[in-house]
Design a protein around this ligand. Structure first.
Ligand code: BG6
Length: 612
């Protein structure tokens, strides 16, 4: 997954491009580049590594005298051709007239490359993308839009692209989308194109999300959206209620830490307008089709990464509150196992970005098999939202840190609300029970704030454990996915090997790993399986394992058994997963920062992967 920006207007173009790329760097950061048309002459500056290095190169080469007004930029997450200056975007054609920045994969690029080489084109890179400027060159007869449309007609694969040319007045950006996201930012006397909203927020909040197969022709004073047949589409701009500040770090050292501390606000916003008078849940307006939900006989949830862990918690919440059987699927496996989708099935896709290719493909498969599609998503207008029958937005705000934090706890909150709505519709819980759960949810933001206020203790634990190289995370029941999430957070940002297991499973294998060098994080809140979990703590201790327990406040017993105990407020067992996640996020954060890792842009990862 890569980040793309384009600008046309009166500002100094390289400044706008670099600023936009910096705000998209979480999408990929192994190399980057810009191409601008300066008085009709194209200028390209590219660099391996972070935007900072590119910015320095631009400053030194001072490509423009501030007069130029049109350019495109790209920050890369390599798929074809290793990260290098040559392979970084934008790419050009043989004549140096057409420049393309691309996010996605051209699946038939080898065939196209061969055809173009036979026609005499000379290739300079190992990338799939380079076929695009050469195709445009081969079709160009004075109309850039038409040449782009014909070039894309030959392409198989997924793409978000921006194209500029020194031909004609060079005052036009042509953008096209098929799969990965692309947004037009509407300004006055200027316009923008970007892969994601954060790049646009400092300049405008009026945006138009391109849909698959659409092409945008953008100039400084107008833009047109056309479908693949070239017909104009009337697409009014939407106003995004995020501010640029919301997409900035404020006083925090990292976006991840800021987003951990934003969770009380994010959960309040996710509950807002969904809890009615006398503590009932009011989701039906968003679910669009209460009948489907009331009559649902089987539920399937798909997702990837942290969203898959949220799905696991969702299964527990929905089965215990609404008594509907729930299957969980790793989205990348779902479509290839020819899943059985019974009529009246409801399939939920959980995805923060709404753009993860594996999850989108699984949702598409489910739709083709006749399921009703609900997505739980954090980005308004994203592809998952657009391809669903109903959407339950998590109102976490922009999540910039690659490791997901606030999106996860808002996903759990949305799943809890959905389970209660289903229980209301199916009358599997008496009204007073629904009210009790709703009151519990209202307390969660303050309970999280209480944990955040004692994060110093967790920072000290991070200091104590930042030199270990293996960790085990154990949990039972609804807390097993939280053990998985805790292990995932540590892996993602500190590169330490960590595994999540059900505590019951431990003695059937992982127990062999336990010794004085193996810290074991145990989720042990006081719930129905507490006793069993305490037995597992004993099993670890008698093998000299080091136990770090996440426990319910006032639980004195566990502090006698565990080496270290992190307390969370006393809450309903179904609320514990949300609360127990916070200390694990902070633990991983402190260990990773102490090991000098770049927690916002961990190696080899990207915020959402838009290729299967
Ligand atoms: C990975 C991210 O690429 O995708 C994870 O690094 C995330 O943080 C996973 O959980 C799924 O992303 P999404 O946007 O579909 O929830």
């Amino acid at each position: 997954m890569c980040g793309i920006v384009g600008y046309i207007g009166n500002r100094e173009v390289s400044g706008v491009l670099v600023d936009g790329l910096k705000r998209l760097e979480y999408r990929g950061y192994d190399s980057c580049g810009v191409a601008i048309i300066d008085e009709g002459r194209p200028k390209v500056i590219r660099s391996v590594g972070r935007i900072g290095e590119l910015e320095e190169k631009i400053r030194l080469t001072n490509p423009t005298n501030g007069s130029v007004k049109c350019g495109i930029g790209h920050t890369r997450w390599a798929t074809h051709g290793r990260p290098s200056e040559t392979n970084s975007h934008p790419h050009r054609d043989c004549t140096g007239r057409f420049y393309v920045a691309h996010n996605g994969i051209i699946e038939n690029y080898l065939y196209l490359k061969h055809r173009l080489v036979v026609e005499g084109h000379v290739f300079a890179t190992e990338t799939d993308t380079e076929v695009l400027p050469h195709l445009i060159e081969s079709y160009y007869d004075g109309d850039l839009e038409e040449a782009v449309r014909r070039a894309l007609g030959d392409v198989e694969g997924v793409y978000g692209i921006v194209v500029i040319s020194s031909e004609g007045d060079g005052r036009k950006i042509v953008a096209a989308r098929n799969g990965p996201p692309l947004v037009v930012g509407v300004g006055s006397g200027e316009n923008f194109v970007a892969s994601d909203v954060p790049a646009l927020l400092p300049y405008t909040r009026n945006v138009v999300f391109l849909q698959d197969g659409e092409i945008a022709i953008v100039s400084s004073d107008s833009f047109q959206i056309k479908n693949s047949q070239g017909e104009c589409m009337c697409r009014p701009a939407e106003t995004i209620n995020w501010t640029a500040e919301m997409a900035e770090k404020e006083r925090y050292a990292h976006f991840m830490l800021k987003e951990i501390y934003e969770q009380p606000r994010a959960i309040r916003d996710t509950l807002r307008g969904r809890i009615g008078e006398n503590d009932t849940v009011t989701l039906s307006s968003e679910l669009h089709n209460a009948a489907i939900f009331a009559g649902v006989e089987r539920l399937q949830i798909v997702g990837m990464g942290t969203s898959l862990n949220a799905a696991q918690v969702g299964k527990f919440l929905i089965e215990s509150l609404a008594r509907v059987p729930v299957d969980i699927d790793n989205a990348s496996e779902f479509r290839y196992r020819d899943p059985i989708i019974a009529p009246k099935s409801l399939v939920i896709g959980i995805t923060q970005s709404g753009e993860t290719a594996d999850t989108l493909a699984a949702m598409k498969e489910a739709r083709e098999k006749g399921a009703f599609l609900l997505s739980i998503c954090n980005v308004v207008g994203s592809q998952a939202a657009r391809q669903s029958d109903a959407v339950l937005y998590t109102h976490a705000g922009p999540e910039i840190g690659v490791a997901s934090t606030k999106a996860f706890t808002t996903q759990l909150t949305a799943l809890y609300l959905l389970a209660l709505e289903l229980a209301q519709l199916r009358q599997t819980l008496p009204a007073h029970e629904i009210q009790r759960h709703v009151r519990q949810l209202r307390e969660v933001p303050d309970q999280i704030q209480k944990i955040l206020d004692q994060s110093q203790g967790i920072a000290e634990l991070g200091e104590r454990f930042c030199r270990y190289s293996d960790f085990l995370y154990l949990g039972r029941g609804i807390n097993f996915p939280i053990a998985m999430e805790g292990a995932l957070k540590l892996k993602e940002i500190s590169y330490i090997h960590a595994e999540g297991y059900t505590a019951g499973e431990m003695k059937h294998g992982p127990i062999a790993l336990i010794d004085s060098e193996m810290p074991v994080v145990v989720l042990a809140p006081q719930d129905a399986v507490y006793r069993k979990t305490m037995g597992n703590v004993e099993e670890v201790k008698v093998r000299d394992g080091i136990v770090i327990a996440v426990a319910t406040e006032h639980d004195r017993e566990i502090s006698q058994k565990a080496d270290y105990t992190i307390y969370i407020p006393d809450a309903d067992p179904l609320v514990n997963p949300i609360l127990a996640t916070i200390p694990l996020q902070l633990f991983a954060y402190h260990i990773a920062t102490l090991r000098g890792c770049d927690v916002d842009k961990p190696r080899n990862l990207a915020k959402s992967v838009t290729v299967e």
